[in-house]
Design a protein around this ligand. Structure first.
Ligand code: NDP
Length: 328
């Protein structure tokens, strides 16, 4: 038997989540069985632990879009018992049972060998949020972002994506301006490497002028909505904004003018279906370029039973940094 956080439908059409002991034959099909050590709490986990947000395919369900652990058994030649692995994306924890359990069974193609220098705990301190922050930085660099071009804006900075993006960019030598709606997190963001705090209200209003002062050399955006639209009009000539999230809304009430007169770029970032070589490259860069002492600054640990509460908190924008769930 192993412990898992099971989400099931209730008679009134809602959902309820609780930790249960279940036998290994309940695990779904897959080539590799992993003894999960740590998982984490992302925005999507908040949805999947609660009402589902249309993401969960069937119930009963084990959510958890990320996990890290050790291979227990494998029918695939690429993995052997004892190998340390990390998984993010591929709709695991949504359409497939995920990481909020002591065991997971998945396709070998979905796993990434843990890069040396990173523990399973640290991999989950990074998680989908941090992995996506790395993808955003890589994409901005591919589009020409370089140190010394000016400040790089990070929106939703005290969240998971924003915290890792702030620490990564600062460690790479970029000047970071961090947008937050929580002034009490200013000291935390400065400790992660932000050199400037931008109050959310300064940039949250709908676009009034299509072009504002050219200010940002790039942007990692976890918020979307009117804020991303404003940022587009504030980017420097030819700069890019990496669109990662939608905590501020799913619409983009933007003007076309910044694209035409300033050649700005809106760069979409998807972590879920990201090809394997880019995944491996991102994890290698995380192991080398994310300062691990900064990672410690942004992490709180939790148990499986805490996940429903933390899921609700992340949906309300109340979590700071990253949560690592010790599933054992
Ligand atoms: P968090 O909740 O940890 O962080 C989001 C942050 O956004 C909050 O901490 C808050 O920061 C800010 N925020 C919250 N609500 C609002 C609002 N109404 N207006 C403006 N800012 C707000 O979530 P994550 O960092 O884990 O994820 C961020 C987003 O990225 C989510 O939408 C998530 O779904 C998405 N995502 C997308 C991925 C992809 O593959 N594209 C992968 C991972 C995440 P502060 O208090 O500092 O202002």
């Amino acid at each position: 038997m192993f412990r898992a956080l099971i989400v099931d439908k209730t008679e009134d059409g809602g959902t309820e989540a609780g930790v249960q002991e279940i036998p290994p034959d309940r695990l779904p099909e897959g080539e590799v069985t992993v003894a999960v050590e740590y998982s984490t709490v992302n925005y999507k986990d908040g949805l999947c632990v609660g009402p589902g947000g249309g993401l969960v395919r069937s119930y009963p369900h084990v959510p958890g879009i990320d996990f890290a652990g050790t291979v227990e058994s494998s029918d695939d030649a690429r993995y052997s018992p004892g190998d340390r692995v990390v998984l993010t994306g591929w709709r695991v924890g949504e359409a497939h049972w995920g990481g909020f359990a002591e065991k997971a069974r998945v396709k070998a193609d979905w796993l990434v060998p843990l890069p040396s220098g990173l523990s399973t705990f640290q991999a989950m301190a990074v998680g989908t949020a941090g992995f996506t922050a790395m993808l955003a930085v890589m994409t901005l660099e591919d589009h020409g972002l370089r140190q010394g071009q000016g400040p790089v804006l990070v929106t939703g900075a005290s969240g998971g994506v924003g915290s890792v993006a702030t620490a990564l960019l600062a460690n790479l030598g970029y000047e970071v301006a961090a947008v937050t709606g929580r002034p009490e997190n200013a000291e935390y963001l400065i400790a992660l490497g932000a050199s400037r705090i931008v109050p959310r209200e300064d940039i949250a209003e709908t676009v009034k002028r299509p072009l504002e002062t050219e200010t940002w050399a790039g942007c990692v955006d976890a918020v979307g909505g009117p804020m991303l639209a404003r940022v587009l009009g504030q980017l420097k000539y030819g700069a890019g904004a990496a669109a990662v999230g939608l905590t501020g809304g799913t619409d983009l009430p933007a003007k076309i003018v910044p694209f035409l007169l300033r050649g700005v770029n809106l760069l979409g970032i998807d972590s879920v279906m990201q090809p394997q070589d880019a995944r491996a490259r991102a994890w290698r860069r995380i192991a080398q370029e994310l300062p691990l002492d900064m990672l410690e600054e942004m992490v709180q640990t939790a148990a499986l039973a805490d996940v429903p509460r933390l899921g609700a908190e992340i949906l309300e924008g109340r979590l700071r940094g990253r949560v690592v769930v010790d599933v054992t």
